[in-house]
Design a protein around this ligand. Structure first.
Ligand code: PLP
Length: 274
């Protein structure tokens, strides 16, 4: 018997709302076993990110190798990567172990291309965007930029042009463009090899939006690990995020943008028959 294992490779948020802390909460709340390798430490709270330091690249690679040669994650979520050295370390740490994986056991890899925090702190060095595109995106199954990130990655202002350009440049087959930055109700679009899927969302009135992006990509990973196909995993993950926002809407945690309510309906850890 096994658990459905999800693995987050991301930065730490000591205030618990974003980064690996949010990822592990999401995996756990959705019934998966969560593992995490830390790429960077940040100093932050609900009022914003004050500073960050990358974890040394060799150490990042060793963390990933240690997890991958021992556990068998079904889905991997990559969040904040900090710099080019860590991008290469993640690529190498993952590909080293893939040599020993049978094709059917390859995990599904989701990359949330985190560039800046909502408070304006750079979470990826500016000159590392190219390495993110050429070295990490080609081994991913899904990339989840928001509109400003898609624009920064492709220099395209038109949604479809940006998404298709990223697919062409990276070979990553699926791009989910998140429209949460629109002033109206958010619309997300999945560009997949067969078709385009439109997800209409509901805007929840709340200040507690810290870590929403981290949580969405982790929730997609959790549903994929449990056997959903991608379009359904995204639909379920969006529903989870919306409800976590709604049920944490009026809660005060800290003095700024508070966290979501990850545990509005926690699931028991799922055990699968082998
Ligand atoms: N800190 C870390 C470690 C993150 O991974 C993220 C994710 O985007 C953030 C901060 C930014 O969170 P937010 O923009 O929701 O404040």
């Amino acid at each position: 018997m096994t658990y459905d294992i999800c693995f987050s490779i991301a930065g730490s948020d000591p205030s618990g709302g974003a980064g690996i802390q949010a990822d592990l909460k999401t995996f756990s709340a959705l019934g998966c076993y969560g593992a995490a390798a830390i790429t960077a430490l940040t100093v932050q709270n609900t009022q914003g990110v004050q500073s960050s330091i990358p974890v040394e690249a060799q150490f990042v690679k060793e963390q990933i190798k240690a997890v991958m040669e021992d556990l068998r994650p079904k889905a991997i979520k990559i969040g904040m990567v900090a710099n080019t050295e860590n991008i290469l370390a993640i690529r190498d740490g993952l590909s080293y172990n893939f040599r020993y994986y049978p094709q059917e056991a390859y995990p599904f890899i989701i990359l949330d291309p985190i560039l800046v925090s909502s408070s304006g702190h750079l979470l990826l060095e500016k000159n590392s965007i190219e390495a993110l595109i050429t070295e990490l995106m080609p081994i991913c199954n899904l990339i989840t930029p928001n509109l400003p990130e898609l624009q920064a990655l492709t220099n395209e202002t038109i949604l479809d042009n940006g998404a298709y350009k990223l697919i062409e440049r990276t070979g990553c087959p699926n791009i989910l463009v998140k429209g949460g930055h629109r002033s109206k109700d958010p619309i997300d679009v999945l560009f997949s090899p067969t078709q385009k899927y439109i997800y209409k969302g509901e805007r929840i009135k709340t200040h507690n939006t810290h870590g929403t992006g981290c949580t969405l990509s982790s929730a997609i990973a959790a549903y994929i690990a449990q056997g959903s196909d991608l379009p359904h995993a995204i639909a379920h993950a969006k529903q989870y995020v919306t409800t976590a926002l709604r049920t944490g809407q009026d809660v005060t945690t800290g003095h700024g943008k508070g966290p979501m309510n990850h545990f509005f309906n926690p699931k028991k850890l799922i055990i699968e028959e082998n």
